[in-house]
Design a protein around this ligand. Structure first.
Ligand SMILES: [Zn+2]
Length: 273
């Protein structure tokens, strides 16, 4: 295995690992991550920081830090929607893998066969997961009309597959955050770059909502009758209601990252950006 020696040195790798330890440690302390989430972040971030340097570190840090702060603020502002979410704002290892796992794979591939396309795919996956994270957090910031993405029937805020005007603005803002995080290192025109990152973000978050409305596991509380991602509700075990049991929010997030990557490749191939 030949690594791209001009970009990767022993000192970059060591600094990367130290920085990964710092970020995962702090994130655990401030309750951005559970213990398992912190360990997963340490491993993932060691690869991304160590092999990718600043160029690959800034986008994932932008996503991770801003999204974590947004989750905390939203939770303070609107606790009501928490009854629908499977997990609270503190992220565990499955959430870390769902959002950043593809990035880890891409940084390794790029270290072996350097090619700028991997960086663009990386930004596209981050744009997708950041867009759908921000769509959820900003869309549930305060009470707002929410509709099922497929049949446009009114649904309760926070339900999987629900979309709102504010949530869509959140998705665009999430994509814009990733857009800026990678802008120093791209080798295509700004206009093409903007089109690619914003559209892949919106596409990824749309796929996230469609999967959320169809195949994602939903449970129904036997006490209050609400449909929820949670396994336990109102102190009772909630019964399986719809979707595939193994497709939880993390699996859907992972798919939406892949959708962002595929959409980028599709755009590259069809409109030759
Ligand atoms: Zn209930």
């Amino acid at each position: 295995m030949i690594l791209n020696a001009s970009e990767i040195s022993v000192s970059t790798v060591l600094i990367g690992i130290l920085f990964a330890a710092l970020i995962s440690g702090i994130s655990f302390r401030v309750k951005f991550l559970t213990l398992s989430g912190s360990i997963a972040t340490f491993i993932l971030a060691s690869f991304i920081f160590g092999l990718g340097g600043i160029k690959w570190s800034v986008p994932i840090l932008t996503f991770f830090i801003l999204s974590s702060i947004l989750s905390k603020l939203r939770k303070k502002k609107n606790e009501n929607v928490e009854i629908y979410f499977e997990k609270s704002g503190v992220r565990d290892y499955l959430q870390v893998i769902a959002n950043g796992g593809l990035g880890g794979v891409l940084v390794v591939i790029n270290a072996i066969h350097p090619n700028e396309i991997y960086y663009m795919i990386y930004l596209a996956t981050l744009s997708a997961v950041c867009a759908d994270t921000w769509a959820t957090e900003i869309g549930t910031w305060k009470k707002t009309a929410t509709y099922n993405i497929l049949n446009f029937k009114s649904v309760e805020q926070g339900v999987s597959g629900g979309i709102s005007a504010i949530g869509t603005i959140g998705a665009v803002l999430g994509s814009i955050a990733i857009l800026f995080s990678g802008i120093l290192w791209i080798d295509i025109s700004y206009i093409h770059y903007t089109i690619l990152i914003i559209t892949t973000g919106l596409f990824g978050s749309m796929i996230d909502s469609i999967l959320g409305a169809t195949i994602q596991a939903q449970n129904k509380c036997s006490v209050c009758n609400k449909v929820t991602e949670k396994n336990v509700h109102c102190g009772n075990e909630a019964n399986h209601f719809s979707g595939y049991k193994w497709i939880n929010n993390d699996v859907v997030n992972f798919f939406s990252g892949i959708a962002g990557a595929l959409f980028l490749l599709f755009l590259k191939a069809t409109i030759k950006i």
